[in-house]
Design a protein around this ligand. Structure first.
Ligand code: SF4
Length: 360
């Protein structure tokens, strides 16, 4: 029987599960996944770590749920850098250390993902990780190459509108990919980190709710790196955070897309990077009088409140569209409010908030 590896169904699981499961299974390991997020998992995460964002609390809950299962190792990678000159939120770097502090946790397999140190076809870190399972370097190399191929295919299918778990568990045939597109009267951008967009428990199944309200959804995962990089050239300063880049890039892309009626920003309470990114997006949408709604998720978010806000937003968009009532602001101010300093600044993209925060 193969070595059993426990993978928490949280955070970057939604971006990299196919890569890691392909790699480990290629080396003969068995993957044990934590259950879908539920109340028990959330509560145990909240008890484990108090002063952090909701997705990290959820992650800790998943780790603890795996501790009760028969696994040989937990897998907690340390994401340091996945692309040149950009870095993920520091919490991704600290996860292995945070997990170590939890009582009764199985030993963890760690690997540092740091593109600055990658040399050669297979990074040395992957050989080091692979040697837990085999001393055959060719087997490790083959597993790594297959993992890369599957990751590329995953990204392409995400761009076509599939959701991560549909791809991970082959719930759709490649020839009949079901996308988030549907015949609808409204087209909405849903912008945020993958763990906020696709964890149906913490976002209260927002995609299904919006579709039931008649909206076609475009998520931030449906853009290619080329599209994101192209639109980011408008910024006066480069974005430092890898995942923030995707958030702001997709929001700015949709800003210029007249077929999109508005965007919904899905952010977590106590998320430092998002507090800056969302501010930049909100300013840009206000300046150009494009509708947006920001939903902040935390463990106290109530489903009724989310539904009410979504319904009000959708109704507003429908009225703007059908009756040409474009004077209606969707963010609480009259769009022609003369004393609004933001609206006076014109359509320039402003990164001064990020500058100020970094400097002090
Ligand atoms: S980016 Fe924000 S939500 Fe994600 S782990 Fe960091 S602080 Fe939490």
């Amino acid at each position: 029987m193969g070595i059993k590896i426990g993978i928490p169904r949280a955070l970057l699981y939604y971006d990299y599960f196919l890569f890691w499961s392909t790699f480990f299974e290629g080396l003969g390991a068995e993957i044990i996944l934590s259950p879908k997020t539920n109340k028990e998992i959330l509560n145990s995460g909240i008890k484990a770590v108090e002063e952090t964002c909701l997705p990290v609390k959820v992650f800790m809950g998943h780790v603890q749920s795996l501790a009760n299962q028969k696994i040989d190792y937990l897998f907690i990678p340390r994401y340091v850098s996945t692309e040149p000159r950009r870095f993920p939120c520091p919490k991704f770097m600290g996860l292995p250390d945070m997990v170590k502090e939890l009582p009764g946790i199985p030993p963890a397999l760690n690997v540092d993902i740091d593109i600055r140190k990658h040399k050669g076809e297979v990074p040395e870190e992957m050989y080091r990780l692979g040697r837990v399972f085999t001393f055959n370097p060719w087997k490790i190399r083959l597993a790594y190459r297959l993992a890369l191929e599957n990751q590329e295919s995953f990204k392409n299918r995400m761009h076509r509108g599939l959701q991560p778990e549909e791809i991970f568990f082959n719930r759709t045939d490649t020839k009949t990919d079901r996308t988030l597109k549907q015949n609808s009267t409204l087209r909405l951008g849903l912008i945020g980190h993958s763990y906020n967009l696709y964890d149906r428990y913490i976002n209260m199944d927002i995609i299904t709710k919006l579709q039931e309200m008649g909206a076609e959804i475009v998520t931030s995962k449906m853009f290619s790196d080329r599209e994101i990089n192209q639109v980011l050239k408008k910024l006066q300063k480069d974005i430092f955070w890898s995942f923030g880049k995707e958030t702001i890039g997709s929001a700015y892309y949709l800003l210029d897309d007249a077929s999109v009626d508005g965007i919904i920003l899905l952010v977590s309470f106590a998320c430092g990077p998002d507090s800056l990114i969302v501010d930049l997006i909100e300013r840009a949408y206000k300046r150009t009088e494009r509708p947006f709604l920001t939903l902040v998720l935390d463990e106290h978010s109530a489903e009724g409140g989310i539904i009410t806000r979504l319904e009000a937003f959708i109704e507003m968009l429908k009225r703007r569209k059908q009756k040409n009532e474009s004077y209606i602001s969707t963010y609480g101010k009259s769009v022609d409010c003369p004393e609004d300093p933001i609206l006076k600044t014109g359509p320039r993209v402003d990164t001064s908030t990020a500058d100020n925060q970094e400097n002090g």
